[in-house]
Design a protein around this ligand. Structure first.
Ligand SMILES: [Fe+2]
Length: 199
């Protein structure tokens, strides 16, 4: 068929190996719960900006610099980010892509996270620690959506919802709009998010 696909949008998904997962997950979970318990500023921030849930985004967003466990996760992710950058064809010249921020998210039942991008970063992503039954995935929006004017409805979906498993992570370009629909399960959905910048 004389049709070409132009400007595809790529995301990257992979998992920690079972060894990496068994080394890290228990500690990551324990530390996340501890952070949630002691982070007074973050709990206040979340009450205003992350209704019903807890995130350390507004308070402790350099966890890879604060905890050796999170630094271990960073080292694992670095390898995958490098591969993703290569696949995207990003020309870094003398610069490097480095993890700039890393924070935890606890989505209680019925908590959602509305459409957003991660401004000023290059690569963003999330590592999934707890994805209970009926909790939501991560939903990406077709970046062409703002350009559609008089075009008819199309068969291809304009959203893609990735349903992650525990131990899996996703990387995407920071400009790609995404959301997390409401957690309709009965348990907390727990994840670690991060941004990589070009330095
Ligand atoms: Fe996000």
């Amino acid at each position: 068929m004389p049709v070409k696909q132009l400007f595809p949008t790529s995301i990257y998904t992979s998992s920690l190996t079972s060894r990496e997962k068994s080394n890290l997950n228990k500690s990551l979970l324990r530390e996340t719960r501890k952070i949630q318990e002691i982070d007074i500023e973050g709990n206040k921030w979340s009450a205003k900006n992350y209704l019903g849930g807890y995130t350390s985004y507004g308070s402790l967003d350099h966890l890879h610099k604060m905890s050796p466990t999170f630094a271990d996760l960073e080292r694992i992710l670095d390898v995958h980010v490098k591969k993703y950058v290569k696949a995207l064809g990003l020309e870094l010249k003398r610069g490097k892509i480095k993890m700039d921020s890393c924070w935890v998210n606890v989505m209680k039942p019925m908590v959602h996270h509305s459409l957003h991008i991660h401004p000023l970063s290059v690569i963003s992503g999330t590592y999934y620690l707890k994805v209970p039954k009926k909790s939501a995935g991560i939903k990406f929006e077709d970046p062409r959506m703002v350009c559609f004017m008089a075009s008819p409805k199309r068969k291809n979906k304009l959203h893609f919802e990735l349903m992650p498993k525990e131990g899996q992570f996703v990387l995407f370009e920071s400009w790609l709009r995404h959301e997390v629909p409401a957690n309709s399960g009965t348990q907390d959905r727990i994840s670690i998010s991060f941004n990589y910048n070009w330095e």
